[in-house]
Design a protein around this ligand. Structure first.
Ligand code: DGY
Length: 319
């Protein structure tokens, strides 16, 4: 009997497709699977459908004799030791494409919310401070006419750039390559940091992007700069960010991702009015999460049939 382990509840229609080919076991709680249970389930599984809270490392992989495929319901896969998986020719799937526009929408929502101080405005109203219209109340920054620096010009970065043109922003980028139809100029990283009014991060988490934005990079930014992160929390040094926001070295930050995640309530970033934080919602729409679940199931089904995964992060294993 084929066994498929699913580490969090996903769309029923996607689970039903898995149910047609084997026994599906789903971790029923809305919290990460405890490590001992994950190891136990992985040891008996032919396929695993995982999410980014599960650490799939070499120790776990060493105890999975039957496993033919791991399919992550995310475009990012920094929770998986791909090198260890490739060494035993285990294909790893992800879900690119279907979440591009949804994540770009969130990056833009964060940019607007931070620039126009929406969280502060909401608190101001709800706490009963709104007694008059004031010429100096909660003044923000314009997107119109501003320069947006995009770090990581892949699918999502380019989708953010398309939105930026609708706001008459000038777009510059570092990393990745522009499609001809997107007007954007490439810059070395330091030049981008110096020139941008808004900086939006869209790089995958890799050793070379870990702490890409630290004290030195923050010191190059304009004092009016707004930093937006919808990539991975560890791309920014959180201590350096706190110091830069607190001292007014940069104007504001808006984070969908933090390091660690979830951010502890004691984290000093949560005390800053110029730091907006939401709980990793980049791909969080009903339609997109359903598409991600189905894309992940496509990978599981192909892997179990011994076919090449349609969305594979380690295609070298097929060579
Ligand atoms: C991803 O896909 O990598 C996001 O972080 C979650 O949707």
């Amino acid at each position: 009997m084929t066994r498929i382990y699913v580490t969090r509840m996903i769309a029923d229609s996607a689970l039903a497709r898995l149910g047609e080919i084997g026994e599906v076991r789903v971790w029923p709680e809305d919290r990460p699977v405890p490590r001992e249970i994950l190891i136990q389930e992985a040891a008996e599984a032919d396929a695993m459908l995982t999410i980014l809270t599960e650490q799939i490392d070499s120790t776990l992989l060493a105890a999975t004799p039957r496993l033919k495929v791991i399919s992550n319901v995310a475009v990012g896969y920094d929770n998986i030791d791909v090198h260890a998986a490739s060494q035993r020719r285990l294909p790893i799937g992800n879900t690119p494409g279907v979440l591009t526009e949804t994540t770009a929408d969130l990056a833009f929502a964060l940019m607007l919310a931070a620039a126009r101080r929406l969280p502060e405005g909401e608190q101001y109203v709800k706490q009963g401070h709104w007694t008059t219209w004031s010429p100096s109340l909660l003044l923000g920054r314009d997107l119109y006419g501003a320069t947006l620096g995009i770090i990581g010009f892949g699918r999502i970065g380019q989708a953010v750039a398309r939105r930026a043109h609708g706001f008459s922003m000038r777009v510059i980028y570092h990393g990745g390559r522009a499609q001809a139809e997107i007007p954007a100029e490439q810059r070395p990283l330091d030049d981008l940091l110096r020139e941008s009014d808004f900086i939006s991060l869209h790089v995958p988490l890799k050793p070379e992007t870990q702490r890409l934005i630290g004290t030195r990079e923050l010191s190059l930014m304009k004092p009016t700069a707004i930093l937006v992160n919808t990539a991975r929390g560890s791309v920014i040094d959180p201590v350096a960010l706190y110091v830069a926001l607190r001292s007014g070295r940069i104007w504001a930050a808006a984070l969908d991702v933090t390091d660690p995640e979830p951010i502890p309530l004691s984290d000093p970033l949560l005390t800053l009015p110029n730091c907006l934080i939401v709980p990793h919602l980049g791909s969080a729409t009903v339609a997109t999460r359903e598409k991600m679940a189905h894309r992940a199931v496509d990978n599981v089904l192909a892997g179990l049939r011994g076919e090449r995964l349609p969305y594979c992060v380690n295609p070298d294993i097929y060579e």
